[in-house]
Design a protein around this ligand. Structure first.
Ligand SMILES: NC(=O)c1ccc[n+]([C@@H]2O[C@H](COP(=O)([O-])OP(=O)(O)OC[C@H]3O[C@@H](n4cnc5c(N)ncnc54)[C@H](O)[C@@H]3O)[C@@H](O)[C@H]2O)c1
Length: 300
């Protein structure tokens, strides 16, 4: 018989459940809305294949989550005035009307705004996640509900990860991709290895990550990069904006979620004083940390 001190009052359990739900909403995580399939570890594409649909129009964790995802996308739209202005200005001209884009990025509310902007400008897209952990399931559901070919869920297996990308990269009767928007190089490499003839038809690749750009340089040196590729990672808007301002927020978010600690008074060490290091120093200092810096040189 446990002591009465361990037993929880029903009201306390209710409050805890409410807090857990609120935390899920605030942190953008969808644990609260997980289907039982997620708990059982069933991968959605296994269900599609078992149901005799090896090439479904989309594959997400739970389409019923779409309303929450749409609200998150609407909030993101308010925070992205540049891309929304572009959407308003170019939607009638449809400058991307012949673009057939294979996308492979993190799938979150901000990427959803990008995807819907590309479509508004005339592009046809098929999109998979570049990371098995980062997909916001409710956002993927909202995109799928809006008719986009989205193949992504949080907690993809390795095999599911490649299956999702292949659903986008593989040519079919109604789908001949001609552009790649990549973050990490996996879509590029899958298409090059598995669909070489389609890869040759690609008009251009844009690559966002350090790793992906490195892989493109390797391909180029080996003489295998037969299509133009753009290094988005080294653009000024990435290095001077994203690296500084985004990492300034995401570093704290990641450290807090993983450690669940208060940071005031903690002694922290930042290695490197590029744009990322600068943002990290600012964020840690703002939380009251004592910040030490180790760097080879100070970037201007
Ligand atoms: N997670 C993300 O979203 C994200 C985004 C951008 C960059 N990054 C990563 O963050 C890191 C820093 O990016 P950045 O754009 O600020 O790079 P950067 O090249 O502008 O700056 C790197 C800094 O590290 C210093 N440095 C290099 N070698 C060192 C060593 N051995 N000891 C101490 N200092 C050293 C350099 O002097 C420089 O100040 C990179 O690894 C990059 O890939 C992550």
């Amino acid at each position: 018989m446990p002591s009465t001190g361990i037993l929880k009052h029903p009201m306390e359990q209710e409050v805890n459940a409410s807090l857990k739900k609120r935390h899920s909403i605030i942190s953008g995580r969808s644990d609260f809305w997980s289907s039982s399939d997620e708990d059982e570890g069933v991968q959605p594409h296994e269900k599609a294949i078992a149901a005799g649909q090896p090439n479904p129009p989309y594959c997400v964790r739970n389409i019923e989550q779409h309303e929450l995802g749409r609200r998150e996308i609407q909030i993101a739209e308010q925070e992205m005035p540049g891309i929304m202005a572009l959407r308003a200005r170019a939607k009638d001209d449809k400058p991307l009307k012949d673009a057939k884009i294979v996308g492979c990025t993190h799938i979150n509310a901000q990427t959803a705004v990008l995807i819907e902007t590309l479509a508004a400008l005339g592009a046809t897209v098929r999109w998979a996640a570049c990371n098995i952990y980062s997909t916001q399931n409710e956002v993927a559901a909202a995109l799928a509900h809006a008719g986009f070919a989205i193949f992504a869920w949080r907690g993809e297996s390795e095999e599911a990860f490649w299956w999702c990308i292949d659903q986008c990269a593989a040519p079919s009767a109604g789908w001949q991709p001609n552009m790649i928007l990549d973050d990490g190089g996996d879509a590029t490499h899958l298409m090059l290895k598995k669909h070489a003839a389609t890869f040759k038809q690609i008009k251009g690749i844009v690559e966002e990550s350090v790793t992906g750009v490195h892989r493109l340089y390797q391909l180029s040196k080996a003489g295998k990069l037969c299509v133009p590729a753009m290094n988005v990672n080294d653009s000024v808007t990435k290095t001077k904006f994203d690296n500084l301002y985004s990492c300034r927020e995401s570093i704290i978010d990641a450290l807090k979620r993983s450690t669940d600690l208060m940071f005031g008074g903690k002694q922290s060490v930042v290695c490197g004083y590029g744009e990322v290091g600068k943002g990290c120093c600012q964020a840690l200092k703002a939380l009251g940390c004592v910040v030490s810096l180790v760097t080879a040189h100070i970037n201007k």
